[in-house]
Design a protein around this ligand. Structure first.
Ligand SMILES: *Cc1c(COP(=O)(O)O)cnc(C)c1O
Length: 231
């Protein structure tokens, strides 16, 4: 199947999941995760009107953004090192992977230099997997109390990476828990913090994530095919 055919199939499944959940299709953003994939594959999708792309490496994101039309929106979904913040703070439309005060401080500092407000999400390790980045659910509110004081940051919501599972139903509780956490945070009315974004769901489980309230799903393999990390 071509990249376009894959995309259309994912799009149909997103629509069906929205229907099942009684949600509007407009309330879910499908991010095409293009990491490791060539610019030519991204270009195949442009005639379909696709504008949202996800990358997990700073260098790859900036290189692709430079070559491709400036109308595209680049989502930084991977772990971000503080020394690389300056390269993407004005290139990424949304940084999904903020998991420490020190990183948020660096983002705010670099955003101030470039006179932009950086849009971020807090990455939450809901499943408490040892191998994953992200703060634990109990750490999110104390972290937001501090991040909300930073001048050049707007926190838009939460992100999680669920474990790889055979049956996506096994991850439903994770998405449900992240949604509930976002509701608790909203009630606190922190400055510079809204909870309009829930970035959750990947190729294996995006339909369940949508049923549980995802506003942004990040689909790589389902659109671009398997990734080959050895080349
Ligand atoms: C690679 C990646 C994805 C996409 O994963 P697929 O299973 O290929 O859809 C989504 N989110 C993050 C953070 C990723 O690193």
């Amino acid at each position: 199947m071509s990249v376009c055919e894959n995309y259309k199939e994912v799009e149909q499944r997103v629509e069906a999941a929205c229907m099942r959940a009684g949600r509007s299709r407009k309330d879910v953003t499908l991010i095409a995760v293009s990491k490791t994939k060539p610019v030519s594959m991204i270009e195949e999708l442009l005639p379909l009107g696709v504008t949202e792309f996800g990358e997990n490496k700073v260098q790859e994101l900036t290189a692709k953004a430079e070559i491709l039309p400036s109308t595209l929106n680049w989502h930084m979904i991977g772990h971000l090192q503080r020394n690389k913040v300056k390269y993407i703070v004005d290139k990424a439309c949304l940084i999904h992977s903020v998991d420490s005060l020190r990183l948020a401080e660096e983002i705010s500092k670099e955003a101030e230099k470039k006179q932009v407000i950086a849009n971020i999400l807090i990455e939450v390790n809901v499943a408490e997997e040892e191998s994953k980045f992200g703060v634990s659910t109990t750490e999110v509110i104390p972290l937001l109390e501090k991040i909300s004081l930073l001048p050049n940051i707007a926190v838009h919501g939460l992100m999680t990476i669920a474990p790889y599972v055979e049956n996506p139903e096994e991850n439903r509780w994770i998405f449900h828990k992240l949604k509930n956490l976002s509701i608790d945070i909203k009630e606190k009315n922190f400055d510079n913090v809204t909870m309009d974004v829930l970035s959750m769901g990947m190729t294996g489980d995006y339909e369940v994530a949508i049923e549980e309230g995802a506003t942004h799903v990040r689909v790589g393999t389902g659109i671009f095919g398997e990734r080959n990390y050895t080349i």
